[in-house]
Design a protein around this ligand. Structure first.
Ligand code: ADP
Length: 447
């Protein structure tokens, strides 16, 4: 049983977890850095503990301070949110060693999936299609050999990579020969592991991912897809569900593949399997598993009616999933826009500052997950996400109309945000037609 959850995160996701815990009748403890003492999550939790100075490495990544906070407050579980320590297998094991229920998969499962080359192997054993690619290779000659087999372009990826970092595309032998050692060196610097592998680079894919959740009794449910193709520098900007591009028969195949893959990995907890989807060939290729709740999870909650965070907590307590695959159905359409403290007219440059006035819209079909309030000062130390705004409609058209209405009404005064970008997107003919790939932002210009 769980009585009190230590939420080892900040921002909107800490708020989201606290809300879920409250609905389940559980107590919560917020941790915060010195600069986050007035952040909303500290106000909403039953207790809060300062765990160190502003820099993440001294606070939200400071494992000894976090474990002490759990011990001092008598917390018996840890919810890591996303980012920070959420996919750190060492942290998951340390929690278990301290009799804290880690709300997420085990350290062993994380190790199996956290490394991209190993994850590809695990998934292909389960019959999940993967992008044509190599295993870890040390030598540029092997990379060239593979490129000659599949043809250019190819992408060199750090097996330990994440967050859109550690990837380089090559279009020719010369380019591959020169970037290969650079990619290895970058992987070493960024992730402490120089291992890279090479895969075929798809030219106009969609990024389609499937949300799944598994309990400890062998039940795995896949909650359909999210289309996250609108990205800038491999960072997602808009997510929607269902995908405007996925035929029903492919959806069914993906759901099947994900359930097989998760079961094969011995997964429990919530997770996401990311795929590239080639619309012309109607082929999907496994990219990676994210072994945590994701930023864009509310899109799935809106179309399925499932509260994923509550379900995460329930399965961590050893309960069975509260629904079966057959119970799940897609209801309507949902879109999420990430409102970041960034200036879309200045190349999306981060612009921290103080929010002097704030109005969040309401009305039918609107959901806003955020930690900001009027008077809140956005610290410069962390990510720039200030609000996730979501619109649901009976169909895609209604969801878009509601998102326009939401963005017109939204007021975040005192800082620059990405809201004007999203508002333009909602009028963009290609977005309206659902005709976009991961390359969309390469040609997008703000009006
Ligand atoms: P990360 O773990 O850093 O998020 P991913 O492997 O999930 O990295 O890839 C992030 C993004 O990079 C994808 O959403 C896609 O846009 C692009 N990408 C990755 N691999 C390929 C590929 N083989 N072909 C085309 N695009 C790719």
């Amino acid at each position: 049983m769980i009585n009190k959850i230590l939420v080892t995160n900040r921002g909107e996701i800490a708020v989201r977890v606290i809300r879920a815990a409250k609905e389940l009748g559980l107590k919560t403890v917020a941790i915060h850095s010195e600069v986050d003492k007035d952040s909303l999550h500290t106000k909403l939790a039953d207790q809060d503990v300062c765990i160190g100075p502003a820099l993440s490495k001294d606070s939200y990544l400071n494992i000894p301070a976090i474990i002490s906070a759990a011990e001092i407050t008598g917390a018996d579980a840890v919810h890591p949110g996303y980012g920070f320590l959420s996919e750190n297998s060492k942290f998951a094991r340390i929690c278990a060693d301290h009799n804290l229920v880690f709300i997420g998969p085990s350290g062993d499962v994380m190790d199996k999936l956290g490394d991209k080359a190993t994850a590809r192997k695990t998934m292909s054993e389960a019959g999940v299609p993967i992008t044509p690619g190599t295993g870890i290779i040390k030598d540029v000659a092997e990379a060239l050999k593979f490129a000659h087999e599949v043809g250019y372009p190819v992408i060199v990826k750090a097996t330990a990579g994440g967050g859109g970092k550690g990837m380089r595309v090559a279009w020719s032998d010369d380019e591959l020969s020169s970037i290969f050692p650079i990619a290895q060196a970058e992987a070493q610097t960024a992730f402490g592991n120089p291992d890279v592998y090479v895969e075929k680079y798809l030219q106009n894919p969609r990024h389609i991912e499937i949300q799944f959740i598994a309990d400890k009794h062998g039940n795995v449910a896949a909650l359909f897809e999210r289309d996250c193709s609108i990205q800038r520098r491999h960072q997602k900007l808009i997510e929607e569900a269902p995908s405007p591009a996925l035929p029903e028969e492919i959806r069914e195949k993906m759901v099947e593949a994900v359930r097989r893959g998760a079961a094969h990995a011995g997964y429990f907890g919530a997770g996401t399997m990311e795929f590239l989807y080639d619309e012309e060939a109607k082929q999907f290729y496994f990219m990676e598993v994210n072994a945590r709740i994701q930023v864009e999870h509310p899109v799935t909650e809106l179309i399925t009616g499932v509260d994923l965070v509550k379900e995460q907590i329930r399965v961590a307590m050893g309960e069975k999933l509260s629904f079966t695959q057959e119970d799940l159905k897609i209801y309507g359409h949902a879109i999420e826009c990430r409102i970041n403290a960034e200036d879309p007219y200045m190349n999306f440059m981060p612009v921290p500052g103080k929010i002097v006035d704030l109005h969040f819209p309401g009305g039918p079909g609107i959901r806003i997950d955020s930690h900001i309030y009027a008077g809140y000062e956005i610290p410069k130390y962390y990510d720039s996400l200030v609000a996730k705004v979501l619109a649901w409609g009976r169909n895609r058209e209604e969801a878009i109309a509601r998102m326009r209405r939401l963005l017109d009404e939204l007021r975040i005064e005192g800082i620059k945000t990405t809201a004007p970008f999203h508002r333009q997107m909602m009028d963009h003919p290609d977005f309206i037609r659902g005709a976009y790939s991961t390359k969309f932002m390469e040609n997008f210009k703000m009006k």
